[in-house]
Design a protein around this ligand. Sequence first.
Ligand code: G3P
Ligand code: MG
Length: 262
Amino acid sequence: MPHPVKPWPYPRWIAHRGAGQLAPENTLAAFRVGASHGYRMFECDVKLSLDGVPFLLHDDTLVRTSNAHEQLGAGLSAVGGDHPWATLSQLDAGSWHSRAFAGEPLASLGAIAHFCLANAYCLNLEIKPTPGLERQTGAVVAEHAARLWADAAVPPLLSSFDVQSLQAAQGAQPQLPRALLLDSLWSGWLETARSLDCVAIVCEQLLWDAASSSQARSAGFRLLSYTVNEPTQAQRLIDLGLDGLITDRIDCFAPARQPPAN
Ligand code: G3P
Ligand code: MG
């Protein structure tokens, strides 16, 4: 007997890492660029500073997406979670992308929440745990999300590849919707998503086919995919009935022209 699908208040098209190709990923500037292209939902990666402030950063280290190497000095750790927010907030997270974004700071979760709530944008918060702090990152991000979105009509969707982080988020704020991220269909994926009481499963786009999508849908999950950057990929996934497509190509896919998921 198939399970009923969970309620789904989110739009189909989701800008990846804010909208992190035309602007520096995971910064407020990227969100603004995505919004200017008509996007109403964003995915971003969140982890903890040394003093427990949730902030946006994809990699474990600051090397690729900031000027940490100039600012922090030789010999100091480049790991994001090794620095307090007071230090991180002074870094330039825009110059690496292009001169137009020079001086763009790293974004705190608080700043992103403020922007999304003011504009009624939806958010998919990917918990990218600070290494060694998988449970703590999940719990602290969930606590902050519950407080920041306390009065919001649509809560952020918390997702992670890390099962421990999702378990901790579930323990801290069980009412916040969760999604299991998968880069392979490892043994027990469906049971794990069930045990985490997830509303959705977010797969690397090649993993969804007729069998996996019907298995997940019959179990009551919403289906999302990353990172969908080609029109043929998008059409295949739409034909499979996916609920959410996470893309870098905000210049290629126009969300306003796409019908919303049911
Ligand atoms: O949340 C979907 C996607 O962002 C997962 O991959 O490495 O871009 O965070 P990654
Ligand atoms: Mg991500």
